[in-house]
Design a protein around this ligand. Structure first.
Ligand code: CA
Length: 224
């Protein structure tokens, strides 16, 4: 899952970005409202964490502009503006959630998880496919009860494929949601990670859980 983090306080931004990355999210951090709109326009995000007091363009204007174009993207406002009126305005303008600073990182993460679950509304905390089970909260994966140790990127790829089971997903789509803008589309990085993921799954299950569809992408089929 890929998150755009719009927060001009660099220390706070670094702290949030690091925490979210440790939880397996791909995070792009920007520091003003104009940059936020630019990154939003060129990348595919699953969720935006948006501060309101921002240089160049106010967070509420950013929110309005994005909402005009996109009714589906999840937007969580993270702001020091704590008055009820501010919260009402934020939610009325289309934010999905509003968290007041100072905040607890665990709560921010729980709210992000909750919003992303609503986006993929069929997805509970635990996603299963055959004997394969993935916990979107603890980021743990197991096959028939045996835990599989995955890297963050491997986990991200697997989660995306399991959430989109029975659909062929292209490498481009997955890299868009699993990597941030430091990803080099001409590198072999994606192939390296998916190969390693397939190998780990094969070792524990003796099955090719992820099928390659030549020229199109990858699919995980639910045979049940
Ligand atoms: Ca600010």
């Amino acid at each position: 899952m890929r998150i755009l983090l719009v927060e001009d306080e660099k220390t706070l931004s670094g702290y949030i970005a690091k925490g979210l990355q440790n939880s397996g999210y791909a995070v792009d951090a920007v520091y003003d409202g104009e940059e936020a709109l630019y990154e939003y326009a060129v990348n595919g995000y699953d969720l935006i964490v948006l501060d309101l007091n921002l240089p160049k363009k106010d967070g509420l204007d950013v929110l309005r502009e994005i909402r005009r174009k996109d009714v589906n993207i999840k937007i969580l406002i993270l702001s020091a503006r704590s008055a009820v009126d501010d919260r009402i305005i934020g939610l009325d303008e289309g934010a999905n959630d509003y968290l007041v600073k100072p905040f607890d990182f665990g709560e921010l993460e729980a709210r992000i998880r909750n919003l992303l679950r609503r986006e993929f509304s069929q997805i509970p905390t635990t996603v299963t496919l055959g004997l394969l089970s993935l916990d979107t909260k603890s980021k743990q994966v197991s096959y028939d009860g045996t835990e599989i140790n995955l890297t963050r990127k491997e986990y991200g790829i697997l989660e995306y494929l399991m959430i989109h089971k029975n659909q062929v997903v292209s490498a481009e789509e997955m890299t868009e949601h699993v990597w941030n803008h430091t990803f080099d589309p001409f590198s072999n990085t994606f192939r390296y990670h998916i190969h390693s993921l397939k190998k780990k799954l094969h070792t524990v299950s003796a099955l090719d859980c992820i099928k390659t569809v030549r020229g199109q992408g990858y699919v995980m089929e639910d045979k049940a």
